[in-house]
Every structure is written in C-alpha cells, then in structure tokens.
Design a binder for this molecule. Structure first.
Ligand code: SF4
Length: 259
C-alpha cells in the first residue's frame, strides 16, 4: 500500500473513533507512513506469469527424460562431460530445487548437488523437514558440466531448458526453490541479482518460486547464512499453508518458530 493511502486511512480511523465515542470530531494526528516494499516475502504474483514454452507430452516419464539427457549432444557441454546429471528425487515432490549446473563432483557421480555444496543443501532442506529421498526433487538448468565451473552460456541454457520444463510438467512440485543467481536469472528471465531477489516470492509456469542463495555461496560467505535461513522459514510457512500434512508429519513450522 502506498504512503498517501495509508496516511489517509489512519486519519480516517482516528476521526471515526473520536466521532463515535464523543460525538465530537477531534483534530486527527499527523501520520507519515512509508510505502510497502514491492514483492515482500509473502506476496505472491499472479499465477501462470511464465508461459509454458514446451508442449506437454502425455507419454513422457522421468526415466525417459533421464535417457534423453544422457544421449543429448545438443550443445557444446555434451562433449566435455563424464556424466550427464538429469536430477534425482521423488515424483510429485513438495519442493523442486533448481541449481545452475553440475560441478566436478556431480560430473564424476552423475548426481546433482553432491560434495560440500550438496551437503549444505541437504542441511538446509533438513532444517525444515525436507530431503531428496522423501519429498524433494533436485535438478539443474543445464545437465552437463560447464568447463572450469564457468556460468552456462545463453545458447546452452536455451537448449537445455526443455529438459527441466519436461521434468516440471511431470513433477508438478508444490513449490520451486531456485538456488543461486544463474538458475534464478534463467527461470525468471531477469538480469536482477540474487541479493535483490532472494526471499521474494515469484512464479515459474504457475508454480510459486522462491529464489535463495546457492549453497556454495554460503560456504564461501557464512555471513549470508542468516538470509538463507529466513528463506527456508518462508518456504516452510508456504508449505505448511499449502499442504497441512507437511506440517503434521514434520512439525517443521513449529520448530522453525522456536529458533
Ligand atoms: S547441457 Fe543439456 S543441451 Fe547441452 S548437451 Fe548436456 S543435456 Fe544436452
């Protein structure tokens, strides 16, 4: 709400209260509210703000997508990989975590978010009753490792996004957690930095999406962990609201409120 509207409302309520109790209109106090910040953490955009770009295929499956990823050589990242990394987790997860792409550990194992950053992600998820084995799916924007851990280039993300879109069509997660600048920039098609976007609810293909810091960034700068924790609490609140069974099974919201 904008400042002039807030000020006028406050004045109106003052005058109405004085009028009702005494029959006399006292002179109202002077108010000086601030505008609400845009896109606060609990402020959802309208659903379906990102149009689907890949037609749905009713015969698709997670196994078929993984096979297609492993056979893919559509972009130059395919030539340098040891293993493609399609993603892993449960079908129909509460949360889909999207990172930018595989690093050395992921390339070696063929699994997403392993190594120190993967452990940090697992810790973050566990803090609110989530895990890839029970209620999450973990995937990346590009499925093959960019050399030297550079950012994926625009032609690579453009060619690879179809796999993530197919995964999302099948998974239909309740929420998406976008980990880091690159995944957020590609999902939201924005040039805004992750420091500005983190903690602000957005949407991708009609699914509420929360950007947060990448776990590897938290390992490099532990001072940012407090912001990541705020994001996890926001995720937890939204999950509890959308799926009461989540809170009944994990008690995560009650636990988070005590910290
Ligand atoms: S990164 Fe994606 S588009 Fe490029 S080769 Fe790997 S699977 Fe194919």
């Amino acid at each position: 709400m904008k400042k002039p509207v807030k000020n006028a409302l406050a004045l109106f309520f003052d005058l109405a209260a004085a009028s009702l109790s005494t029959g006399f209109c006292a002179k109202g106090a002077v108010y000086d509210f601030e505008d609400d910040a845009e896109g606060t953490t609990e402020n959802f955009p309208a659903p379906n703000s990102s149009p689907p770009s890949t037609p749905k295929n009713n015969n698709d499956s997670l196994e078929k997508i993984a096979k297609d990823v492993c056979a893919c050589s559509a972009c130059k990242l395919g030539a340098g990989r040891k293993n493609a990394v399609p993603g892993e987790g449960v079908p129909h997860p509460l949360v889909l975590v999207v990172g930018e792409g595989p690093g050395a550990d992921e390339d070696a194992s063929g699994r997403p978010f392993v190594g120190p950053a993967g452990q940090k992600l697992d810790e973050m998820l566990a803090s609110i009753g989530l895990s890839r084995s029970k209620n999450c799916f973990i995937a990346n924007i590009v499925k093959c490792r960019p050399p030297g851990n550079r950012d994926p280039e625009s032609d690579e993300t453009r060619l690879c996004m179809r796999f993530l879109e197919r995964q999302i069509d099948l998974l239909q997660p309740l929420l998406i957690l976008s980990a880091g600048r690159t995944s957020t920039a590609n999902l939201l098609q924005t040039g805004e930095g992750i420091t500005r976007l983190r903690g602000i609810w957005k949407s991708f293909r009609g699914i509420p999406l929360l950007p947060t810091f990448h776990p590897s960034y938290l390992l490099r700068d532990p001072n940012q962990k407090k912001f990541a924790w705020e994001d996890m609490k926001s995720l937890c609140r939204r999950l509890a609201e959308l799926n009461p069974q989540y809170e009944a099974e994990t008690g995560a919201l009650r636990a988070a409120r005590k910290i």
